[in-house]
Write a protein that binds this ligand. Structure first.
Ligand SMILES: Cc1cc2nc3c(=O)[nH]c(=O)nc-3n(C[C@H](O)[C@H](O)[C@H](O)COP(=O)(O)OP(=O)(O)OC[C@H]3O[C@@H](n4cnc5c(N)ncnc54)[C@H](O)[C@@H]3O)c2cc1C
Length: 417
């Protein structure tokens, strides 16, 4: 390649495309390659929420609660049992990361990063930022017994400076009338934002990247080869690449290529699902979660989607669409008007899940020209522009307050600390 690339980003999900924009903003010549087109992995079908705060899994699921959560027939959490033997190490790390002090640290860090989310998108895109709806987020609590847990989480949100309101009765009817009838109360987060078509949003970002001179190519990367002084060869099915740096933004598949540099990070695949609902646009006007049922009703281009479920396994494990159709049946007991939109099937995508629910953004210790950005779990659409900046800081040798906290040798993931 005559004009050598400064950076090759592998993966054109929201994490890879924003990373490419951030590197380009630092003056680097960047190419993105993906085995599919833009945002066809997990970034295709998320709920589109850009959240002002987030909690690690450990804040919801104590280790003692896990067997019941994974075994209960009606649970929104499930395990792929064929994957279970290979998830033991991950599970042990989860048990450690669920310690109260580590959950507290993760909660603080996630809230800090989420607070920068919208601003980070604005800084990356400027006037090219596609439309984002700023209508808040509603979590509907179905029973009075849920209100106590919600009040505890809301106190933590408030301590992080978030505007939190508990709604009931006529307030709720005004905010989201379609669900008001079934609610014992609701949490309203006014600073939350959303997009109705996450895939189209990421595709617009990729267009901006190309208009600014970036290169985008369809290719599947099969291996990384360190050639010493000659640099790094990235072996694609269509072509080989010799960039100065490689950024792996391959979501749940990150370890596949990291194996070539003898590096491994603790990742499980946490499959989530969505289905288009047969309702008119405007049925709901903001993402509306039903936390006890593990799903979010979120506005889509056609009307609304139901999205959610936490189904854990090894990357590439078999989907179980019934997990979502059963969740829809449970929702329909409360809101019978909700039905699957004819002609649509259940979609699923693998979130890259770390044991402590924090992303991993790091330089590979054994090979300083390789970087990885993954592990965004439930918050990748929210955090992509934030971690893109952290990544660009690492690649361009700028100091970043987040870099140690997002490396895979952080204390939350390792016994030694
Ligand atoms: C149901 C559901 C709802 C969600 N809702 C939200 C939400 O509301 N808000 C939020 O913030 N987050 C949400 N998330 C999480 C969010 O979608 C993810 O965190 C995010 O999409 C991860 O992006 P990514 O770029 O890391 O991964 P991906 O989008 O999976 O991208 C990885 C890309 O790498 C490519 N790739 C992999 N291996 C190779 C290879 N060898 N060669 C070339 N290309 C390769 C894949 O083709 C893929 O395009 C949700 C997730 C789900 C499943």
């Amino acid at each position: 390649m005559g004009n050598r690339l400064d950076a090759l980003v592998v993966g054109a999900g929201v994490v890879g495309v924003t990373a490419a924009l951030a590197l380009q903003q630092r003056g680097l010549k960047v190419m993105v390659v993906d085995q599919q087109s833009v945002a066809q992995g997990c970034s295709f079908g998320n709920a589109g929420v850009i959240a002002p705060g987030a909690f690690p899994h450990g804040a919801y699921y104590r280790v003692a609660d896990l067997p019941a959560a994974l075994l209960k027939v009606n649970s929104p959490a499930a395990l792929d049992w064929a994957s279970a033997p290979n998830l033991l190490t991950w599970g042990a790390k989860y048990a450690r990361a669920a310690r109260p002090d580590i959950v507290r640290h993760g909660t603080n860090l996630l809230h800090h990063m989420c607070r920068d989310a919208l601003r980070s998108y604005e800084l990356l895109l400027g006037a090219d930022l596609p439309p984002i709806n700023r209508r808040g987020y509603l979590a509907v609590h179905l029973a009075h017994s849920e209100l106590k847990a919600a009040t505890r989480l809301n106190a933590i949100r408030s301590s992080h400076g978030l505007a939190v309101r508990m709604l009931s009765g006529s307030d709720l009817i005004e905010v989201e009338p379609a669900v008001a009838r079934v609610a014992a109360g609701a949490t309203f987060l006014a600073e939350s934002a959303h997009v109705t078509d996450p895939q189209a949003f990421v595709a617009s970002l990729a267009d901006v990247f190309m208009q600014r001179g970036g290169l985008l190519q369809c290719d599947r990367v099969e291996g990384l080869e360190n050639k010493g002084n000659q640099g790094m060869i990235v072996r694609g099915v269509r072509e080989n690449y010799v960039p100065r740096t490689v950024i792996l933004a391959t979501g749940s598949r990150a370890n596949h290529l990291l194996a070539d540099c003898a590096h491994h990070i603790p990742l499980a695949a946490e499959r989530g699902y969505h289905l288009e609902l047969n309702v008119e646009p405007g049925f709901i006007t903001r993402p509306t979660a039903l936390p006890s049922l593990g799903v979010v009703l979120t506005p889509s281009q056609r009307g609304a989607r139901i999205a959610g479920i936490s189904h854990f396994g090894l990357p590439g494990f078999r989907p179980r669409p019934r997990l979502l159709t059963c969740a829809l049946e449970r929702v329909r007991k409360l809101l019978p008007v909700l039905q699957a939109r004819p002609g649509f099937e259940v979609w699923s995508g693998e979130r890259a899940a770390t044991p402590d629910s924090l992303p991993i953004v790091e330089q590979v210790p054994s090979n300083p020209s390789i970087f990885v950005s993954t592990g965004h779990g439930h918050a990748g659409f929210t955090l992509a522009a934030v971690t893109a900046t952290v990544l660009a800081d690492l690649v361009t040798n700028r100091s970043s307050s987040y870099s140690q906290q997002l490396s895979s040798n952080r204390s939350g993931l390792n016994k030694a600390h």
